[in-house]
Design a protein around this ligand. Structure first.
Ligand code: MN
Length: 475
């Protein structure tokens, strides 16, 4: 046997971000993460993904934690491993397009607080929405000596999404000044032999390293990684087994074992991985027992190939329907999603387009009539504020939802005035650190509630002892 050239496959571990976002609505608290950081730091991961829109939102909203504080604590613990975040292009970590000054400031603060790799994507794959974040990353990379701009293409299916489309995008991303490319397959739509075609084509179109991110939802992800690695992909995203599979990623230990003894051998220590898994397993059991981990998202849902719904969106939809006592409409909404997607120009389904399409589909089903009610965000998409879609949007729906309104074709952020000063003045009474204005920018109400909570904690009000009925707070 001739000696093959070694090319160890690199691994990004997702258990601190996407895995718990996909399986338990992003509820893993910082205090639970910290005790295992030391061991995780010894594995040899290419990076650990630990931050993003949902982790930021859930920290403030549900866990009453400062997400910046989480980042600093993780940075403190991970001495040797790169930290990675997910960044929604011009939407930053939020749900609307922001002015460039906010985008740049957010990138600056993310890097200075500890992020190495910023994975930047746009929900419509409109590259104009990524340039400001890529430029900012490159700028602060020089200043801080840390930073890596990875542009992620949201993978989706449809007539417009040909191999030429993807390779053309890869070339454009290289021209933009990105450090690497990620194929971000939110719903597990990339099947194994398509991965061979796609990775081979992209590798010949660009010199940039290529990373593949997929989900186990449709059951093919492990095989897709195998074919992608054989075709030359550089990095894959996996999750430690207690929070792997289902709507999450393939298990880290399984992929490591798969490539053992081959030219792609990661060299990871399975005993160390087993110790890390032992730490997370009781928490998984706890989440199963308290209902946070719903068995519905754990199996293989082959319907995802039909509806193209990413994991995070599925768990959101389930809770939206639960709130409306309409859980029985689950499959009706799943069926409505492809129609809404088509009406809106067949965009990939990834935050925020996934939420916009998903929520509109819920409205259409619950109201019993399409677009009888349209959300603010649906209107903005139709106006062109989120960017350009690959396919044209439905004229009929445009006429029904935004009759007579002007639509835009330029990069939307070019129409926005800088907004940092205004945001700063709105929240200045709560400001305790520079980063607070960014938390406020993304989630004004949720952040304000958090600032109030934080203030009360600092004033030593014991909320459990507070006599809220009489407004008395023991200090
Ligand atoms: Mn994902």
């Amino acid at each position: 046997m001739s000696e093959q050239i070694k090319k160890p496959i690199k691994i990004t571990e997702t258990i601190l971000r996407d895995a718990h976002q996909s399986l338990i609505a992003t509820r893993m608290p910082t205090e639970f993460m910290l005790p295992i950081v030391d061991k995780m730091d010894k594995v040899g991961y290419h990076s650990v993904e630990c931050w993003g829109g949902a982790t930021f939102d859930a920290s403030l909203r549900f866990l009453k934690e400062d997400p910046w504080d989480r980042l600093r604590k993780l940075r403190d613990g991970f001495k040797n491993t790169k930290l990675q975040m997910l960044f929604r292009g011009q939407n930053i970590l939020g749900y609307r397009p922001y002015a460039d000054d906010v985008v740049e400031y957010f990138v600056q603060k993310s890097i200075s607080n500890g992020i190495d790799v910023i994975r930047i994507f746009d929900c419509l794959n409109d590259l104009r929405n990524l340039q400001a974040a890529v430029d900012a990353t490159n700028k602060y990379k020089v200043q801080e000596g840390r930073g890596h701009a990875q542009v992620a293409l949201s993978y989706t299916l449809g007539d417009a999404y040909t191999l030429e489309y993807w390779t053309d995008m890869a070339k454009k991303i290289e021209e933009m000044g990105a450090d690497s490319i990620c194929i971000k397959d939110m719903a597990g739509l990339l099947v194994p032999y398509k991965a061979t075609e796609m990775i081979s084509a992209m590798k010949s179109a660009t010199k940039l390293p290529i990373q593949l991110h997929t989900h186990y939802t449709s059951g093919v992800a492990g095989m897709t990684y195998l074919k992608a690695v054989e075709a030359g992909v550089d990095v894959i995203d996996t999750a430690m087994s207690p929070f792997a599979m289902g709507t999450s990623q393939p298990a880290t230990e399984v992929m490591v074992e798969t490539f053992k003894g081959t030219p792609y051998d990661t060299g990871f220590d399975q005993n160390l991985l087993a110790e890390i898994a032992d730490y997370f397993r009781p928490y998984r059991d706890e989440c199963l027992a308290n209902g946070l981990l719903n068995p519905k998202v754990m199996g293989v849902d082959i319907k995802t190939l039909l509806y193209q719904v990413p994991g995070g969106m599925l768990s959101n939809m389930v809770s939206q329907l639960k709130e409306q006592n309409a859980e029985d409409k689950y499959y009706d909404v799943l069926k409505e999603i492809p129609q809404v997607r088509k009406d809106l120009g067949e965009p990939p389904l990834v935050t925020p387009s996934s939420q916009i399409v998903g929520t509109q589909a819920v409205f259409n089903v619950l109201m019993g009539e399409r677009y009888k009610m349209a959300t603010k965000e649906t209107k903005a998409v139709l106006r062109g504020e989120y960017g350009q879609t690959v396919k044209p949007m439905s004229q009929e729906v445009i006429d029904k939802v935004i009759p007579g309104e002007e639509r835009i074709t330029c990069r939307y952020a070019d129409l926005l005035d800088n907004e940092l000063d205004k945001l700063e003045s709105e929240m200045k009474e709560w400001k305790q650190q520079d980063e607070d204005v960014l938390s406020y920018a993304l989630f004004p109400q949720v952040a304000t509630d958090f600032f109030k909570y934080r203030q009360a904690q600092q004033d030593k009000v014991d909320m459990t002892q507070a006599d809220t009925k009489n407004g008395a707070y023991p200090v």
